[in-house]
Every structure is written in C-alpha cells, then in structure tokens.
Design a protein around this ligand. Structure first.
Ligand code: GRG
Length: 305
C-alpha cells in the first residue's frame, strides 16, 4: 500500500512549498500595508520552517476523498485555502504557547520565538490576528456555501474551548499534578489532536467525501491526532534542540504530565505502535486513494523533529 519513500518525499516537499506560497500571498505585506510591525510579526510566525503536517493531512485527505467521488474542479484552490487556514490557526497556537505566561520559550522552528523577536504584546496581537485570517481564508473557498459553513464550523470547534484552547487550559491547570491515563488522553485529544483531526476532516468535507470515506477519515484522524502527541512527548525526552528546533525537556521542567511521565518510555512506544496500526486499519476501506494518508502516518510516527 505504501509507496517508495522518495516519491512521498517529493510529494511532501511540493505540498509544503505550495502551502507556504499560498500563505505568503495571503499574509499582508508589511512593505505596503499598515500596521507594518504587526504584519511583519505575523509573517515571521507563519512563514518559518514548519513541517506543514496539518496542510499535508488536508491535501492527502482531499486526495482520498476526491478519488472516492468528490467534485473534480476548483478543488485545488479550495484545498489550498483549507490547508492554509489550519496552518494559520496552528501558527497562532504556537506563538501564544511560547509566551511568558504559558511555556515561556525562546526557540521555535529553530529561530527565536515571536515574543523574543518582536516583544510580548506584538506576539500576542500577531497570534490574535492570525485567527480571523484563517476563517477569512476558509470563507473564500470556491465550493458550495453549505460546505464552506461546515468547514468553518469544523475549524472553529477544533480550535475553541471544546478543542485546542480547552485542552491548553486543562494542561495549564495540571502542572505539578499527576493525571489518569484517561484524563491525559482526553486533554491531548483536545489540545493537539483536535486540530490534526480537523485537518483530515476538512480535506474530506472540501472534497465531498462519501460517508464511507468520512468514517474511515474520522477513525484515522483520531488515532493520528493522539499519535502525534505521543511522538512529541517521546521527542521531548529523547530529542535535542538542534534537531527539534525547539527546547527539549520543557515538559519535565514545567512538571507537566505527559505520556512518558504517565506510562514510561517503553509503554509510550507500544501505545504509539498500536495507534499507528489503528490509523492504518481505518484506511483499509478507502483503498489505494488513501496512499498519501498511509505515508503521512509513517512520516508522523517516524519523525525526529
Ligand atoms: C496557546 C491557544 C494555545 C494553544 C496551544 C498546540 C498547542 C496548544 C501548543 C503547542 C505546544 C506543543 C509543542 C504541543 C505539542 C504538539 C505540537 C502542536 C507540536 C508542534 O507542532 P509541529 O511539530 O510544529 O507540527 P511545526 O513547527 O512543524 O509546524
């Protein structure tokens, strides 16, 4: 089912470049629009060397759904917009997460965090401004208005208090406290998983996925959303700043409950293998059109940064 890696790498590189160029076009240019310093901070936050995993999930899910019967035209533009929108929300979350009132981090994507470079107030405002830009981007998708509304609702719910921001609030409240495995899983499903899940589902919605495909995408997205965080927790213990592009060991330094602190390293790796298996099984009914989703699961599980 999975293809040889070089071909996947070419696809991923092209997807990253494509999304980065859509974002570059979309973000206001500080050279000809005020407030220039805010626009410069927004561009710095978004255009740094992120992996663009969420954009790739949108594209791969779109590909799986399109060949399963979705509308063929204008889809590329709509998927570009959906991919850019999730990356804007993701970038805002990283900017805010790095602020002194949250993780107080100096390094992100291998460069100084936005507040280190532009100051705390501007970093907060840059994150704030990225959120409405994301929804504006979805609103411009050239697809049926009912699908646009579904997409907006999907992203809003994933990013809000039932999703990413809610998960972050639970995380902040648990520094220095232990958590049951069930509570930890729920927190991570909200904090990290919700946006990754939304990325997969957005690709499906935009490309008009059938209900069989949607069911497969939902199960895949749930497993991969959790798996992403397990990898992150393992890398926080085993990775180095040069490879990660961010400061390792922050979870332990902030006394945060993680998969590794709750389960230990070996059991965290076993959990990861089981989530990977679940994700792959979920894709079986989708057949060959889900090839990129399979490959992305291998990439996300095997990542070192
Ligand atoms: C502050 C509103 C708010 C939310 C913060 C997602 C999040 C919630 C915080 C990010 C902190 C963090 C490191 C979470 C672990 C998983 C994660 C989101 C890692 C970063 O995502 P990558 O690896 O980053 O996809 P790149 O830079 O490649 O885009």
């Amino acid at each position: 089912m999975t293809s040889a890696l070089p071909e996947f790498e070419d696809w991923l590189r092209a997807t990253v470049e494509r999304t980065t160029s859509v974002l570059d076009e979309l973000l206001p240019d500080p050279g000809d629009s005020d407030p220039a310093h805010l626009h410069a901070a927004m561009r710095y936050a978004v255009l740094g060397p992120g992996k663009r995993v969420r954009a790739a999930l949108v594209m791969a899910a779109g590909e799986a759904s399109r060949s399963a019967g979705g509308p063929p035209d204008v889809l590329d533009v709509a998927l570009d917009n959906a991919a850019a929108a999730v990356e804007l929300v993701h970038a805002y979350s990283l900017v805010h997460d790095d602020l002194p009132c949250m993780d107080d981090d100096d390094l992100r994507r291998g460069q100084p965090t936005v507040h280190r470079r532009y100051g705390e107030a501007l970093a907060m405002l840059a994150g704030d401004a990225l959120q409405p830009l994301a929804f504006d981007c979805l609103a411009q998708m050239p697809i049926a208005p009912a699908l646009v509304v579904q997409a907006v609702q999907l992203l809003a719910r994933a990013a809000g208090s039932d999703g990413m921001v809610g998960g972050q609030a639970v995380d902040c409240a648990h520094a220095g406290r232990t958590m049951s495995m069930a509570a930890l899983q729920q927190m991570h499903r909200m904090k990290t998983g919700a946006l990754l899940e939304a990325s997969v589902l957005l690709g499906g919605v935009v490309a008009g996925a059938s209900s069989t495909v949607r069911t497969g995408l939902e199960a895949y997205a749930l497993a991969m959303g959790l798996a992403f965080q397990v990898v992150d927790d393992i890398l926080d213990v085993t990775g180095d700043a040069g490879t990660l592009g961010k400061t390792p060991g922050k979870d332990a330094a902030h006394d945060k409950p993680t998969y590794v602190s709750t389960l230990g390293l070996d059991d965290s790796r076993d959990l990861l293998a089981s989530l990977h298996e679940q994700a792959k099984t979920a894709l079986l009914p989708l057949g060959p059109s889900a090839r990129r989703l399979h490959e992305l699961s291998d990439f996300i599980i095997g990542r070192s940064s």
